[in-house]
Design a protein around this ligand. Structure first.
Ligand code: NAD
Length: 463
């Protein structure tokens, strides 16, 4: 279905976007955006037609008169700002007795709708700018799927693979001690992210519980099942991806069982998305890639078989006989109907967008499409399910875990899946209906809905 820009949208600069990096300074688009009355579209609104991120979406909605009258410059500026930014230097005592200082951050963007919520990542390249951006996105993601959380993100600039298990545990616990009362079941609830897992969440719970007696299990989500975790949490993001694709097929009036799907990334999100699409909806998974390579099979890949093979071979696809080995990055432009990037940010570049013949893009990874890629896809009329919506299944199920911990009443797996279905389906149709009604792209519709909800809460609270 074509989604054309509204007639009242002017095109202030006809320049083609430079390339895929829209913000070479690495600073937030937000930081650059000044919501001045009468200001021109910033370049990253993609020539005033489609938009790339929250800032450009909000800008576009205002220009088009879609935003509610109460959303003024002051409010947008307020929502642009992170409420609290904690920078820590954690002295980690190594096994050999030496001290290793580690930079760590927790950024709390907005809590107008409920406690801050967001992942905690351990990665060498963690920095404050990136954490800020991701905290910001979490606010809009939680609002879009209508769960009572705000947005946060945290991280430590360290490669956990270079630490022993004891060092990792000491680091995690020291981080919790440094955060003190800045996290808590009704304050800020961390979750797993890059290189953090249920074991690390269990350590967070334990350290927090030492100094807090009230509902400490709900301080963190993504915990092991044996320690207050939720049924269905592990597969939740991949399941959410499959659900929104199923709904997109209904919307586009195509049969999900006839879709040829290519998936970049075969980790938590990619594996479960591919597996559920194949097993439950009968889709043909024609391509799968991971760090080591890619497999293509026009007759369909046996996802479970490839999974077992990669487990047995330390993740390596080489030598797999159930399909043809292709260069890893060719997966993104292979012959398919649906492309699901479920690994990296910024991988759907202008070139990929030009060469793919996919009709549907499901952004399972966070921010997989560059601005220039987005513009090409928009012109090609590719139906995009933006990451804000596509990968929200994880945080929705984290919400269920939090609810179960607070109530001390645990749900069956069927109940979790049923509730996830409801949230994802509602959010999908909220986005599509607005997009069709206002003739705006799905990305703009998703951010628009989220902004209206957060803004309404902030106004009611008298921000
Ligand atoms: P993961 O670490 O479990 O898996 C990542 C996969 O990507 C691995 O198979 C890895 O081999 C593969 N990969 C890495 N580089 C690649 C490359 N160049 N080409 C092809 N494959 C490559 O991570 P995950 O939890 O599945 O997360 C994937 C994405 O989804 C990330 O962007 C993450 O932020 C996002 N996300 C995850 C969740 C979640 O609940 N896990 C929730 C929301 C968003």
């Amino acid at each position: 279905m074509a989604i054309n820009p509204p007639d009242n949208v002017v095109n202030p600069d006809n320049q083609e976007l430079e390339d895929d990096v829209l913000d070479p300074s690495g600073r937030s688009a937000y930081a650059k955006l000044k919501f001045k009355p009468g200001a021109e579209y910033p370049k990253f609104t993609l020539q005033g037609k489609t938009c790339y991120n929250a800032a450009s979406c909000f800008y576009l909605s205002r220009k088009q008169g879609l935003s509610s009258a109460k959303i003024d410059d002051t409010l947008l500026s307020y929502l642009d700002t992170c409420k609290r930014e904690i920078t820590m230097e954690i002295p980690l005592r190594k096994d050999d007795g030496t001290l290793m200082p580690i930079q760590a951050y927790r950024v709390q963007h907005n809590n107008a709708r409920g406690p801050f919520k967001g992942g905690l990542r351990f990665h060498e390249e963690v920095n404050l700018t990136e954490i800020r951006e991701m905290a910001n996105i979490m606010t809009w993601k939680c609002a879009l799927v209508d769960i009572p959380f705000g947005g946060a993100k945290g991280g430590a600039a360290v490669n956990p693979k270079k630490l022993s298990t004891h060092e990792l545990r000491r680091l995690t616990k020291a981080l919790v001690a440094h955060l003190g009362d800045n996290i808590g079941p009704h304050i800020d609830v961390p979750a797993p992210d890059v290189n953090t897992n249920p074991q690390i969440m269990a350590w967070i719970y334990d350290e927090f519980a030492k100094s807090h007696s009230e509902a400490p299990l709900a301080v963190v989500t993504g915990k092991p099942l044996e320690l207050g975790g939720s049924q269905g949490r592990l597969e939740a993001t991949g399941r959410g991806v499959a659900i929104v694709l199923r709904e997109a097929c209904k919307h586009l009036k195509v049969d999900i069982a006839k879709q040829r799907v290519a998936v970049q990334g075969f980790g938590n999100v990619g594996y479960f998305a591919a597996s559920i699409l194949r097993r439950e909806y009968g889709s043909k998974i024609v391509g799968i890639s991971n760090e080591t390579g890619a497999i293509y099979n026009e007759k369909g890949i046996d996802v479970e078989d490839l999974y077992q093979y990669s487990l047995a071979n330390r993740g390596d696809f080489s030598g797999y006989k159930g399909g043809k080995a292709i260069p890893r990055d060719e997966l993104l432009i292979c012959d398919c109907d649906v492309l699901i990037p479920a690994a990296l940010s910024n991988c759907v570049t202008r070139e990929v967008a030009k060469q793919t013949n996919a009709k549907i893009l499901v952004e399972a990874a966070n921010g997989p499409t560059t601005g220039a890629g987005n513009e090409v896809l928009y012109k090609k009329d590719v139906f995009i399910i933006p990451s804000l919506l596509a990968n929200a299944g994880g945080v929705v199920t984290s919400y269920f875990e939090w609810v179960q911990n607070l109530q001390q009443f645990y749900w069956t797996r069927d109940k979790v899946i049923d509730e996830l279905e409801k949230r994802m389906v509602t959010a999908f149709w909220d986005v599509v209906n607005l997009s069709v009604e206002k003739k705006i792209c799905t990305r703009q519709a998703a951010y628009h809905i989220a902004l209206e909800r957060v803004a309404a809460a902030a106004i009611l609270r008298g921000f």
